[in-house]
Write a new protein. Structure first.
Length: 262
């Protein structure tokens, strides 16, 4: 009888362990698939995630290798590259209508700010996200964008209590000035209480809030550098200006247009 009880307990323990492992693997794969499926539909660019690991018991975990691509027409390979990030979920919320994310901490992401002095890659991605977040289905009249907005609106709601980006770097690339580039520090980004309340926030809306802050901080941090590059181009264009070209005026106007709303 004693041996039977011991064997029974061993079977129970093994069953529980296998169940936890199964749930963990399912959860990790579901999150990865969700990011790589919904990400492109919301942002309008390729989104890849190398791996994710979340404990269904504690809710703690992290992700590695998140890469957000660039829209067509931009030359740099990606817009955002996150080596690793930690997160904490409320485990019970995974079965509810609103998933509660206690915190997300992103350490040392790499941000590309590519501009032709008229627009930049981050702003283009942000426009796609705003389209998906609006949910009105008719912002530009394009059927694919309408479908993307409706699907994003129907997705599960979220709540993010605390979000922080630290020690990030901005890689500035100015294609209009011969591909001149520079690397700068990204100011810390800290957002709180996103989606609190019974209604929560959609993934598209959450992405919009975060990307708005990234684009704003990146543009502000890059303004002086891009301006200095433009001034250098003006000096280089002196001889061309004597020959009748209006390149200095074009560069000056483009710089003003790019940053006047930042």
């Amino acid at each position: 009888m004693k041996k039977f009880v011991i064997r029974f307990l061993i079977v129970i323990v093994i069953t529980v362990v296998l169940a936890v492992l199964g749930v963990t693997l399912f959860l990790d794969r579901a999150i990865k698939a969700g990011v790589e499926t919904m990400g492109p539909k919301v942002a309008g660019v390729d989104v890849k995630l190398r791996s994710v690991s979340v404990s269904p018991l504690s809710g703690s975990g992290g992700l590695k290798g998140l890469v957000v691509g660039n829209p067509p027409g931009f030359k740099t390979p990606w817009a955002i590259n996150v080596g690793s990030a930690t997160l904490a979920l409320e485990p019970r919320s995974l079965l509810s209508d609103k998933i509660i994310v206690k915190s997300i901490s992103v350490e040392a992401p790499q941000i590309t700010f590519e501009t032709d002095l008229r627009a930049n890659n981050l702003n283009k991605i942000l426009a796609n996200v705003k389209e998906a977040a609006s949910g009105n289905g008719q912002p530009t009249g394009k059927p694919e964008e309408s479908a993307r907005a409706k699907e994003a609106k129907a997705a599960k709601k979220l709540q993010l209590d605390d979000f922080i980006i630290k020690n990030g770097r901005i890689h500035v690339s100015v294609t209009a000035l011969g591909g001149q580039s520079a690397t700068l520090a990204l100011p810390e980004i800290h957002l709180q209480d996103l989606g609190k309340g019974p209604d929560g926030i959609t993934a598209a809306e959450l992405t919009k809030r975060i990307l708005e802050e990234i684009e704003r901080k990146a543009a502000q941090a890059s303004a002086d550098t891009v301006s200095d590059m433009g001034k250098g181009a003006l000096y280089m264009a002196k001889d061309l200006a004597k020959g009748g070209t209006n390149m200095p005026e074009k560069v000056t106007k483009s710089l003003g247009d790019l940053f006047k709303k930042k």
